[in-house]
Design a protein around this ligand. Sequence first.
Ligand code: HEC
Ligand code: HEC
Length: 473
Amino acid sequence: MIRFTNTALLLGLAALILAACGDATPPGTDPDRFTIAEPGPIPVTDQRPGDPAAGRYTVLNRGYVTCGIPDAAFRASNVFPTREHELNGREGRNAELPYMFNATVNPDGVELVVSNCLTCHASEVEGELVIGLGNAFLDWTNDPSVTAELIGAFVEDGAPADAWAKWADRIAAIAPYMVTDTFGVNPAPNLTLALIAHRDAETLAWSSEPRLGPPPREPLPTKVPPWWRMQHKAAMFHNGMGRGDHVRYMMMKSLVCTDDTDEASEIAEWFTDVRAYIASLEPPPYPYPVDPELAAEGEGVFARVCAGCHGSYGDERDYPNLLIDLDTVGTDPAYARQAVESERFARWFNRSFYGDGAEAMPALGYMAPPLDGVWATAPYLHNASVPTIEALLDSARRPTYWQLRTDPRQYDPDTLGWRFNVLESGKAEADDPTGAKRIYDTTRPGYGNQGHRFGDTLGERERQALLEYLKTL
Ligand code: HEC
Ligand code: HEC
């Protein structure tokens, strides 16, 4: 090993390295920054340490969303699902609520029921609720302001009515930007942009009229990625745009109700631990039998064809954090393009409280994600357009029109995905609007299932072996 004793030489080296990086400033330094990231390895940023147990406590119990439904109206209205899962570590009123809600009290003393991260970031496998698994069975096709109004009828006058009005107002403002046209896909990125449009970057003050041009009305379909990837990922989101301090992105759900930086600072303190919790999660092990010999054969195929982008697993773990350009991966470009075109939102983020230490850096590409627990994360690709791994590995098998089977959902260990029906035609030919919403129509803009054809050249045996290997990750 070479030891430098000369400080001047070291400084000179540092200057050279910085010069080689062009004008890239470390995340969080320039208040009016907007950079479109280049494909290639994403640099790793040190994350602030935190206490995973305290983070789990926050996720499951605290009011990091500070407006919601007055508890009395929540009980009286009966429009929400009943509690189905026992979760360790839910305290007080939280323990009685369905898992996607937390209990909190607002400054006026009104007891509230507020939504939490698990609405989207928890899902069932074999009857067990897995925290961190994206929920692919949510239905965002209905206007949420209808429910908000319905609950309004059960709210008492005075402080509860004021509390309800704040929440219902926010829902009404974002509702037009969060209604998807397909069951199962998630509108979170678009609804976040809609919230940003209403807030002052410096103070976070809410204005009823948008200050920025709002995002497009129709949200692009998004898959909710599993939380356990975050211990490996240098950047958040499908396009790797979440650079720098992950804490600030993870607390963005507070954008619904948090109107000043004091409240945001308090939430940010809790979220140092939430980040540590999320980074501590491991995927659930594959619950069905695996053929070890076939899987070992598949490991070789993976090393040859897939590891260059997705990294290697097991003892020699190595994840390269690669952002792959749109031409190379070939998957639907709409999401990546829209993020690049939404410059005003990235600039808002970078200037705001949320951008302190973090930087939104969109790119014309997608990250090759870590594949830990990938068996559980169907449907696949950033837009959830491919129902199974079998279909992902062989593009000829990808259905153009399909529908997730529900009631009950059923996992298919042969294809690695949820069972689905293949349909003959798309939304345009559907009998009624409700039926149309149940159809995943890959001919719609943003919903395309093209690209990622890296498995197409494999032989049938190799593909089977690869599938078997993926069960072990
Ligand atoms: C309305 C649904 C929804 C809610 C609620 C929600 N998220 Fe997400 N989350 C998403 C979606 C969708 C993505 C993927 C977005 C993208 O890549 O553009 C995501 C991405 C993430 C990621 C990045 C994962 C990765 O692999 O890059 C983390 C971490 C995360 N969310 C944490 C949280 C936390 C913490 C909360 C609660 C404070 C929360 N989310 C609330 C839908 C949601
Ligand atoms: C050139 C780089 C590259 C190669 C080679 C590659 N992938 Fe990918 N992979 C990606 C990118 C980028 C994505 C994300 C694309 C998107 O979401 O649109 C992805 C997504 C995936 C996903 C979807 C993950 C999810 O949860 O939605 C799986 C599974 C996957 N790849 C498996 C494989 C396998 C198996 C191989 C080998 C046959 C392979 N990949 C080869 C870049 C690559």
